[in-house]
Design a protein around this ligand. Sequence first.
Ligand SMILES: Nc1ncnc2c1ncn2[C@@H]1O[C@H](COP(=O)(O)OP(=O)(O)OP(=O)(O)O)[C@@H](O)[C@H]1O
Ligand SMILES: [Mg+2]
Length: 238
Amino acid sequence: MSDSPRGSAPPVLRSVDVTRTYGRGDAEFTALAGVDVEVDQGRSLAIVGKSGSGKSTLMHLLALLDRPSAGSVEVAGRAASDLRPAELNAIRNRMFGFVFQQFFLTGGQTVFENVSLPLVIAGVPARRRREKTMDALEALGLADKAKNRATDLSGGQKQRVVIARALVNDPSVIFADEPTGNLDTVTGAQVEEILFGLQRDRGITLVVVTHDPDLAARCDNAVTIADGRIIGRSEAAA
Ligand SMILES: Nc1ncnc2c1ncn2[C@@H]1O[C@H](COP(=O)(O)OP(=O)(O)OP(=O)(O)O)[C@@H](O)[C@H]1O
Ligand SMILES: [Mg+2]
């Protein structure tokens, strides 16, 4: 079933010949066609390509936020299609963290409330929630902003709040869609350092969609997508 040497863990994420079409009939559009990728635990994968090439579509499939039209997605060797809805939710809530531009912060709520949301969803008791939320805020240098409203922050601080929220549940995988896209160069570099620091220090797996060739080059592996197909793969020198 697997090419991995016997006894080694299956990739934490794998797509096998994954296709995603939108619409039907004359309006059918193939956003992704026959894509194979795999990511080992603790490694980083960059997904690069032009606007509209299918990067976010692939990330959403790997993150179990969407289902393929054909092919399969596996999480730690288990086919996502075999998982019950409660298991899918548990994986998304406990094993994955999301740094997506469309998962906005709730502006009127405090930084603390925004970061603790995944713990509320996971049913973590209030006291433990407080500890874990403050740990995440401290890790991102935001402890003094806990009571600020999320709107009252700079762009870089907001992005750090999003990262704090993504890691508050001790995920094994963080998915980041253009994590530095809206940031100035200096702030973008800080956010990049934070993400790679999480990989290095906590063994978190990173899946990063980016237009930035330098960010892609720092990842262990990169795939380039054009018109829904992988047209290039690279692996960083060890
Ligand atoms: N819900 C949808 N319905 C129809 N078409 C869609 C839908 N979502 C995405 N697409 C199309 O699929 C293609 C791939 O979209 P995707 O969002 O994956 O691109 P992307 O590489 O992430 O682009 P960008 O860099 O601009 O974010 C695009 O042509 C897009 O228009
Ligand atoms: Mg996108």
